[in-house]
Ligand binder design. Structure first.
Ligand SMILES: [Zn+2]
Length: 121
């Protein structure tokens, strides 16, 4: 897959979100490999626990920063916090929830982190 400036920018945003997730958990979320890949039409991201990788769809290059944050934090929650899908309108809903704010995404993530890791902050 050719690397365009837009894909570079997307990868950078994904990595910034990973750093943010680490900061929110006092670095309890480890470094992981981020790969921008072609995915099936309805898949925005996938977490691969054994490979310590998350894959993010290259279709995300035109998505808002908030939507990217939602997808990345959702995948990290699957991978590192053992979070499962929820039917609530929260971070773990399998469908993008456009009403979620950046603060709500972080709050949901911290809450899942506290359940899994104990007090992280
Ligand atoms: Zn999911």
């Amino acid at each position: 897959m050719a690397i365009s400036p837009a894909l570079f920018a997307l990868r950078r945003k994904v990595i910034e979100n990973l750093y943010e997730a680490r900061r929110l958990t006092n670095d309890r979320v480890p470094y992981i490999k981020v790969r921008i890949v072609e995915t099936e039409p309805n898949v925005a991201g996938q977490a691969f626990l054994a490979k310590n990788e998350i894959h993010i769809s290259n279709r995300m290059e035109n998505w808002s920063d908030l939507k990217i944050k939602h997808i990345v934090f959702h995948e990290l929650a699957h991978q590192y916090l053992g979070a499962e899908h929820s039917k609530k309108k929260d971070l773990m809903n399998p469908t993008y929830q456009p009403q979620l704010t950046s603060e709500k995404i972080e709050k949901d993530f911290r809450s899942l982190a506290s359940k899994k890791l104990g007090n992280v902050i």
